[in-house]
Design a protein around this ligand. Sequence first.
Ligand code: COA
Length: 373
Amino acid sequence: MKNVVISGTGLYQPPYVITNAELVQAFNAYADLQNARHADAIAAGTQPALVHSSVEFIEKASGIKQRYVLEKSGILDPTRMKPRFAPRPDEQLSLMAEIALSAAQQALAAAGLQGKDIDGVLCAAANMQRAYPAMACEIQQAVGAGGYGFDMNVACSSATFAIEQAANAVRSGSAKRVLVVNPEITSAHLEWRDRDCHFIFGDVCTAVIVEAEETAVSAERWRILGTRLVTQYSNNIRNNAGFLNRCEDTDPDARDKTFMQEGRKVFKEVVPMAAAHIDAHLRELGFEPNQVRRFWLHQANLGMNQLVLRKLVGQDVGDDLAPVILGEYANTASAGSIIAFHLHRADLKAGDLGVICSFGAGYSIGSVVVRRD
Ligand code: COA
């Protein structure tokens, strides 16, 4: 079978930062406004008062210190609590395609390629900007690629699932070089008015080039030794926004039309699944977890990653074995493990083994075992 490599990666970082202090200040101002507006109902006991959020809780419970966003003023406006995006005419490049193009161009440059060298584009993300035409078709054109493009959504595992599709396409010969992009505009699906989750997400876009080893021209290559995907249905992370909403006559702003989760349950159920998944994948390929030089794990919660690693290698590990980008970027849905891979691999040597692994809604888990050529 053809050897397949990751030959380049790219990262688009949005222009604005929201610190936890700024976020909590906006949330608390929103809560005060709501409590004043509903003072009578709260006094009568028919409606609960909103409780303030806290920086200390956010940092302790999640490890998140700040997040990057594409638009900041709308999120921090206590009378709005969501980003403010201007609609674009159909002739203009759409927002998802714009950030995908930026990440893609970096990945192409890193791989020593041009857009025309690509003949497959997968736009893989937790949310798509529109129903159709597929975002991937627009990105394909913007990049100057040939071949085909399609969209994929497996929530937080979209990127790793897409890397498997890309590797299989290259192995089977249905594409020569595939561009995988993960434009995650999570600020638009996050419920900034919900204290339980308002701190979780940030915006970003990552890109990965997958091609045959024999055609790769880049100096740095990561051979894909194996991919392994699993899904198991759960309602614990859910978003009911969809094209049937208007026919159901439901409120498009209702709580279930943005990200919702039972965080505790997710933590408890996904940790053992992810650890067992990675362990089984490594053993299937003839490796032990302690032979892995670096784990680029999904970035949702610091404690979650620490527990997954403790189960895998039997001890507490530091940033060198499992880098954490969560503090700076927050949870960026499917892009998190790819950001970690993009930023923290330069020090690894030829022959070093690594695991990229995502976990999230579905539940879904995707692992990609790589070795530096
Ligand atoms: N500020 C202050 N206190 C808060 C708060 C906030 N923003 N949000 C919740 N709290 C309080 C709760 O009211 C609760 O108080 P109580 O004990 O008096 O009832 C307490 O903190 C614990 O709340 P809980 O929701 O159980 O927190 P947690 O420790 O489970 O942490 C998450 C919450 C979301 C950080 C954590 O569950 C998590 O990261 N889970 C995994 C999420 C995940 O991977 N999701 C995938 C998404 S793609």
